[in-house]
Design a protein around this ligand. Structure first.
Ligand code: ATP
Ligand code: MG
Length: 311
């Protein structure tokens, strides 16, 4: 029958976000996971939103092109400060400026410099929006999202929810402003559009992103876990997998045995306390994890039962 074509629901890329404290192995695990999916023929993007990214370094890929092609199935992209500022400017800059310029007489470039340096939260908003759009474009089956250390990432995850709350107030305050010469309607439309966008971003984070938290078996990292889980849960974000990296397998050396004993205390604690979550231990390797062959070793640990078909 012509004319009765049903529109099929959008197909989202599978998004997996790796987060955790600085230096615990987020990028290494993200890179090994991206390599895994790509090795199974699934088109995959490893994407870093860390202002000081290291994916290219880990894959040993020099050059400046973005995204970089690793092979037919695997691409990497690193969004540095400059790209994010530019993309934010392209997508949201004019809107925010239009609202702002009704109160303050300021020129556009000055305004962009001000907002992107003073209000980093607005950029975080952009980041979630960017990945949401990317996951809808059908360019990739998997997006492996490597993030900045936890503090920054929690701020990023907080931003859409915070904006929804703040923007609830915005129309009321705005309509009360004594801006007699200004037509308030377009601005109210912008505010409503932002609210809708922020809600969509929260839904995206809740429903379409798999959260993997990376940690190490040491006091400070383990003590922070509860608070991280709580902060994520506040936004309805659930951790799907906990990777405990740098686990020392003791050999003959007294030094390593002592380190392993110390770690055992924290490993036991983690397994008992977070028993409802998938936990994967990754050993500490005696060499740097750089390049395809080394990442393959990490992949084998992260995906021990992998088959070609089932991934
Ligand atoms: N299991 C491991 N065994 C040995 N070295 C490791 C292991 N995991 C990570 N490393 C090394 O530790 C360093 C930090 O790892 P990585 O860059 O993945 O951490 P990160 O959490 O992404 O750091 P940042 O917070 O700076 O982004 C790298 O040099 C990496 O090769
Ligand atoms: Mg990293």
């Amino acid at each position: 029958m012509s004319g009765s074509k049903k529109s099929s629901p959008p197909r989202w890329a599978k998004v997996t976000m790796f987060s955790g404290k600085g230096g615990v192995g987020k990028t290494t695990c993200a890179a090994a996971t991206a390599l895994h999916y790509a090795s199974h023929g699934q088109s995959t993007l490893a994407l870093s939103t860390d202002a000081t990214p290291s994916l290219s370094h880990i894959f040993e890929l020099p050059g400046e092109e973005k995204p970089k092609k690793v092979n037919e199935s695997l691409y990497i992209n690193e969004l540095g400060e400059a790209e994010v500022a530019r993309m934010w400017d392209d997508k949201f800059g004019r809107d925010v400026y239009d609202v702002f310029a009704t109160f303050v007489d300021v020129d556009y470039q000055q305004f962009v410099d001000f907002t992107t340096s003073v209000l980093p939260g607005l950029r975080d908003e952009f980041m979630v929006d960017y990945i949401r759009e990317l996951s809808l474009k059908n360019n990739y089956e998997n997006i492996i999202w490597d993030t900045a250390p936890l503090g920054q990432t929690l701020a990023l995850l907080n931003t859409p929810g915070m904006l929804v709350e703040h923007l609830k107030m915005a129309p009321r305050i705005y309509t009360r402003l004594k801006l007699s010469r200004v037509n308030k309607e377009p601005i109210l439309n912008i505010i409503n559009r932002w609210r809708k966008l922020s809600s969509e971003e929260i839904n995206f984070l809740r429903n379409n992103v798999r959260f993997v938290l990376v940690t190490i078996p040491e006091a400070l990292a383990v003590e922070q876990l509860d608070s991280v889980f709580l902060q994520l849960e506040r936004h309805g974000l659930i951790v799907d997998q906990l990777i405990v990296n740098n686990v020392i397998k003791a050999d003959g050396s007294e030094f390593l045995k002592a380190k392993a004993r110390l770690q055992k205390k924290y490993l036991d604690f983690i397994h008992k306390r977070y028993q409802d979550i998938e936990i994967t231990e990754v050993p500490m390797f005696p060499y740097e994890l750089k390049g395809w062959d080394r990442l393959k070793e990490v992949e084998r640990i992260l995906f021990p039962n992998s088959t070609k078909a089932g991934c």
